[in-house]
Design a protein around this ligand. Structure first.
Ligand code: AMP
Length: 114
């Protein structure tokens, strides 16, 4: 989608440290990491928020979690623990309106989140 920063990363119009890519999913390092491991996993298809998900996205959503599991294993945080976050709209702090699964790990996570 025009003007979407994550679509531009998918199209390689702006750089990112890509750690995983297949035909449906892209994963890259967050540019402002909040933990030793902080990677964003996104569908290549532009879906603005979780509120826009529908039945046709089932396969993509399952792929996001499969990639999260793989990234956790590769970064040695699968057993220690990690957090998956998907912020939706203003009060949750969503700043990029192309859904993305944050995978955060490598340090202790507090609860409740801020
Ligand atoms: P959210 O606030 O949940 O929408 O998360 C957006 C995330 O995207 C933030 O953690 C940002 O640091 C990250 N981000 C924004 N622009 C870029 C970029 N060009 N490359 C990598 N990460 C980005």
């Amino acid at each position: 989608m025009m003007g979407c920063i994550f679509c531009k990363i998918v199209q390689k119009q702006i750089p990112a440290k890509i750690v995983y890519e297949d035909e449906k999913v892209l994963a890259f390092e967050d540019s402002t990491p909040q933990a030793p491991v902080h990677i964003l996993i996104i569908p290549k298809e532009h879906i603005p928020t979780v509120n826009d998900i529908n039945e046709s996205h089932k396969e993509i959503l399952s792929a996001l979690f499969a990639v999260a599991k793989k990234i956790a294993e590769e970064n040695n945080i699968a057993q220690r623990g990690y957090r998956l976050v998907m912020n939706t709209n203003a009060e949750a702090g969503q700043s990029v309106f192309h859904i993305h699964l944050h995978i955060l790990g490598g340090r202790h996570m507090a609860w409740p989140p801020g």
